[in-house]
Design a binder for this molecule. Sequence first.
Ligand code: APR
Ligand code: PHB
Length: 397
Amino acid sequence: MSTSGESVLRTQVAIVGAGPSGLLLSQLLASQGVDSIVLEKESPEHVQGRIRAGLLEWTTVELVQEAGIGARMMREGLVHNGFDVAFADSGHRIDLKGLSGRSVLVYGQNELQKDLIEARSAVPGAVLWQVGDVALHGIDTRAPRLTYVHERHRYELNCDFVAGCDGFHGVCRAAIPREKLTQYERVYPFGWLGLLADVPPLHHELLYAYHGRGFALCSMRSRGRSRYYVQCPLEDKVDEWPDGRFWEELEARLPERYARQLVSGPSLEKSIVPLRSFVTEPMQFGRLHLVGDAAHIVPPTGAKGLNLAAADVRVLARGLVEFYRAGSPTLLEEYSARALKRVWKATRFSWWFTTLLHRFSADPFAERLQLAELEYLAGSAAAARSLAENYVGLSFD
Ligand code: APR
Ligand code: PHB
C-alpha cells in the first residue's frame, strides 16, 4: 500500500544493482522489448571506477554483442589464444585455441561497465542512481513491489519480477527467508594484492606463476597497461606494500626468462582482495531471481566472476523473454537449476585452479603434490585440455 507522499511507478522487471549483471540484463531485455528499471545505490562514477578482472569468455563476448553494445569491445579487446603457467623456473604454454577451439578476450570489466552505463543512460529513467533504502515486498506473490528513496522522495515500484543484481552485500538475497536458502562457503587463507600500472605487459599473453614465495599473475588491460597480482597474507594492508616492495616481490616469483622482461612503474591503483568461494541455493524465491555476485562468489583465479554473472543473465533474460512473448513460465521456473549447473562447474574450476597455484601452509607433502600436478599439466595433453576447456568457458547445455 502506498503511503502519502509516495509516488507509484510500474515496470515489468525491477532490477536492483547497476553492476555488470543489472545493466547487461536491462540492456538485453530492452533489445527484446521487455521493460525494466534499474535501482543503484551508488553514482555512475563510483560504479565505473571499481577495478575488477578483465577476461571475457567467448560466450560472454557473444552475449555482449547480442545486447548491441559490443562495438568498442571488439575494437579494443585483445584476443588471447593461450596463456603461460610457470613453476620450477620454467614456463609452459596452455594453447587454449589448439586445445579447446576457442579463445578469450582481454577487456577490462570497467570498460564493459562504461559501455553498459553509456547505453542504458541514453534511455531516460532506465537507471536510477544513488537510490536509498531499497526494500522488497511481496516477492512470493504475483505482484511484487520495491520501495526506495530517490532525490529525497519516496517511491513505490510495482513490477512482475525482481532481479537481484545487487552483489554479495546487497539486500535481495537477505529478503529471502533464511530457512529457504542453503549457503556453501570456502574462505581461503590468503589474499591477492593487485597493482595497475601504465607499463607494457611483460608477455603478450597472461602468465600464472606458482612459486615457493606464493602465487603471482601477470595480466593486462591493454598493450600499454598492466595488471599484476601477488598472493599476500590476509592481514596485510596496502600501506605495507609501497610500489618498490611489490615489484621486487613479483620479480622474485617469476622464472628468470620472464623476470628480465618486467618493466616497473608507478602504480595507478593498488588493492588487496580476500579470496572466497560462495554459492547460495536456490537462486530464486517466488518472483525474485538472484543474479551474479548476489548469488555466488568465486576466487579471482581464472576470472570467472563476471563470466558467471553474464551466464546467469543469459538464462534469466531468455526466461523472461519467453514469459512475455509466449506466456510460458517454464524457463523462468528452471532459472535456478539451469544457472546453478554452470555455477558449480565454475566454482569447482576456480577452487581447483586456486589450489593448484597458491602456497597454502608450509606442508611439504601438499607442496610435492602441487608440483606433481603442475608437471602433469605441462606433460599431458589431456590434463591441459581439461584446463583449457574450463578456462575458455564450458558450453551451455
Ligand atoms: N540498493 C541498490 N543497489 C545496490 C544495493 C542496494 N541495497 N546493494 C548493492 N547495490 C549495487 C552495488 O552498488 C553495485 O553497483 O549493486 C551492484 C552490484 O554490482 P557487482 O558487485 O559488480 O555485482 P554483479 O553485477 O553481479 O557483477 C558480477 O562483477 O562485481 C564483479 O566480481 C564481480 O566479476 C563479478 C561481476
Ligand atoms: C585480471 O586481469 O584482473 C585477471 C585476469 C585473469 C585472472 C584473474 C584476474 O585469472
